[in-house]
Design a protein around this ligand. Structure first.
Ligand SMILES: [Zn+2]
Length: 337
């Protein structure tokens, strides 16, 4: 479990002081910087039987089991739907996709009670990584609270979140917070180049500086979605609401995300005169920002954020994107509202 280069310092600090680790750690920061991978690297370091200053040794029995995904003192909790994504599992026969749970269910939390209560198998440590923490339903969060209140010694519960503000205050208050920052630009670019990403600068800008997100965005299919959607948003007469028909459920969340980055750039162009995400289209964005209604853009930004939160739920994706494109047209048309 090798940490990303930009996480080495934080990992060393925590792994070097594992006897002083809190029971519960809330690891938070921007999406796409590798927080879950950090939590796993920390777990491997804590469970390692011959830890090195930089983290897990990589060769002891514990490290071996960890890398095989069957360490008896390690558990990971995530929503069903995310677990499917991890395995890249396509339903056989291409049948209608079964609705996978997007939340962490109370049964999943109850199922770890034994794991927490029973004795450990190896070094005496046990580690639970839970992500994303904002997927905890209120009932699940309440069930987890009891575990957070009285965990046995040498237990580490690491929760990972992009949006810690959405967690119950009672959960937050029981965790020590660890904010992982965006990596420095040089480190991120070097890593993207080592991953074979062409035009790493553009990808990193589009991702707001988050390298893993940048790598995802550079995928050909993603790049194509981005190109088509931004061309639509850049149209002088406004976006064609018919375009919504091409956005299916699997692309809704990412499409809304792209709209958000574009709207952020419009707002930025309006307020500060520069753009952050789409430097290659700065001229178009500035022109478009001039005629836009700033208040309407800020409203739209909030609307997009809300739509993104709901995007994973079974709504009608076409209606959602049509509505957002029309809001966008109103905000950028220059006509009084
Ligand atoms: Zn080891």
């Amino acid at each position: 479990m090798k940490p990303f280069p930009w996480h080495k310092g934080a990992l060393e600090t925590l792994a070097g002081a594992r006897e002083r680790l809190p029971h519960a750690l809330l690891i938070h920061g921007a999406a796409g910087i590798g927080k879950v991978e950090f939590a796993r690297a920390l777990a491997a370091a804590v469970l390692c039987e011959a830890p090195k200053p930089a983290g897990a040794c990589g060769s002891c029995p514990s490290c071996h089991w960890f890398s095989q995904g069957n360490h008896p003192d390690y558990r990971e909790i995530l929503p069903e739907a995310a677990a499917e994504d991890d395995d890249d599992a396509e339903p056989e026969g291409g049948g209608k996709e079964k609705a996978k749970s997007l939340v962490i269910k109370i049964d999943q939390i109850r199922a770890i009670a034994d794991f927490i209560a029973l004795s450990t198998h190896r070094s005496g440590w046990r580690v639970l990584v839970l992500h994303p923490a904002e997927a905890l339903q209120p009932a699940s969060a309440n069930a987890l609270l009891k575990t957070l209140e009285e965990p046995p010694p040498r237990t580490l519960i690491a929760m990972v979140s992009d949006q810690p503000a959405r967690l119950l205050a009672t959960i937050r208050s029981r965790c020590r917070r660890l904010a992982l920052p965006l990596p420095g630009r040089g480190v991120a670019l070097e890593w993207l180049r080592s991953e074979g990403i062409g035009e790493p600068e553009a990808a990193l800008d589009a991702a707001g500086g988050a390298p893993l997100l940048a790598r995802d965005l550079a995928e050909p299919e993603e790049a194509e979605l981005r190109r088509r959607l931004l061309a639509e948003l850049a149209r002088p007469g406004g976006a064609d609401p018919q375009f919504a028909a091409t956005i299916d459920r699997t692309r809704l969340e990412r499409s809304i995300w792209w709209m958000q980055t574009w709207v952020h750039d419009l707002i930025r162009a309006r307020l500060a005169g520069d753009v952050r995400h789409h430097g290659g289209q700065a001229i178009t964005i500035r022109a478009r920002a001039k005629g836009a209604d700033l208040d309407a853009l800020l409203d739209l930004d909030r609307e997009l954020a809300e739509a993104r939160r709901l995007a994973a739920h079974p709504l009608n994706p076409r209606l959602v994107s049509e509505h957002l494109l029309m809001s966008y047209n109103r905000a950028t048309s220059g006509a009084p509202r």
